[in-house]
Design a protein around this ligand. Structure first.
Ligand code: VGL
Ligand code: ZN
Length: 201
């Protein structure tokens, strides 16, 4: 058992990010045994759930003529346009059936504002709008975090970098993560995480 001050954050282990899903991450379901084992070892366990309205501005479908995986400029910075995924209330947004989601203390939903995406578990992509997770973890006395889930190079990396900025000690368990790897995004994310002081275990 990990100490009371150590929290496990499981990022976006949802059907749409697993094989067969709308934004499938290769091998996304392979992490389930390790993620479930970790859920049994931490006192503080949080799941995040990507949770978009069908009108969400990160969906290529909502930008006529735009191709999935292209980039646009949003008021808060560059934004990749994704295939529609994790739409609120759909099967794709549900946690993978093999995830022991009942073990979680808290589920943080993110990306529900139509005009802004939210990769990180802590801040939306403007790096200012908070999800509330920082306050929750502090209130429970967490000082170190272990991150696992999908996808390594987007939601896991953004969460890890924000967590370090917020003053948490952060470990990413790479064997319990899988990446989208768009144009070298995995290598870039790993470099950024290491440079920021994230432990890649
Ligand atoms: C994610 C792209 C879009 C993720 C979520 O969970 O990494 N990536 N929405
Ligand atoms: Zn999303």
């Amino acid at each position: 058992m990990h100490p009371q001050t150590d929290a496990l954050i499981v990022i976006d282990v949802q059907n749409d990010f697993c094989p067969g899903g709308a934004l499938a991450v290769a091998g996304g379901d392979e992490i389930l045994p390790e993620v479930n084992a970790l859920l049994g070892q931490f006192a503080i366990k949080v799941l995040t759930q990507d949770w978009h309205p069908v009108t969400h501005s990160s969906f290529a479908d909502n930008h006529p003529g735009a191709a999935p995986f292209s980039q646009i400029d949003m008021p808060y910075g560059p934004q990749v346009l994704w295939p529609a995924h994790c739409v609120q209330g759909t099967a794709g947004a549900v946690f993978h059936s093999g995830l022991h989601s009942d073990a979680a203390d808290l589920v943080i939903r993110k990306g529900f504002r139509p005009q802004i995406d939210s990769y990180s578990a802590f801040f939306e992509n403007d790096h200012q709008t908070q999800t509330g997770l920082d306050g929750y973890l502090r209130a429970r006395g967490a000082s170190t975090l272990t991150l696992v889930g999908l996808a390594t190079d987007f939601c896991v990396a953004y969460s890890a970098l924000d967590a370090v900025r917020l003053g948490f000690g952060v470990t990413v368990r790479m064997q319990a993560c899988r990446a989208i790897d768009l144009d070298g995004s995995l290598a870039r994310a790993c470099d950024q995480m290491r440079a920021a002081g994230v432990i890649l275990a």
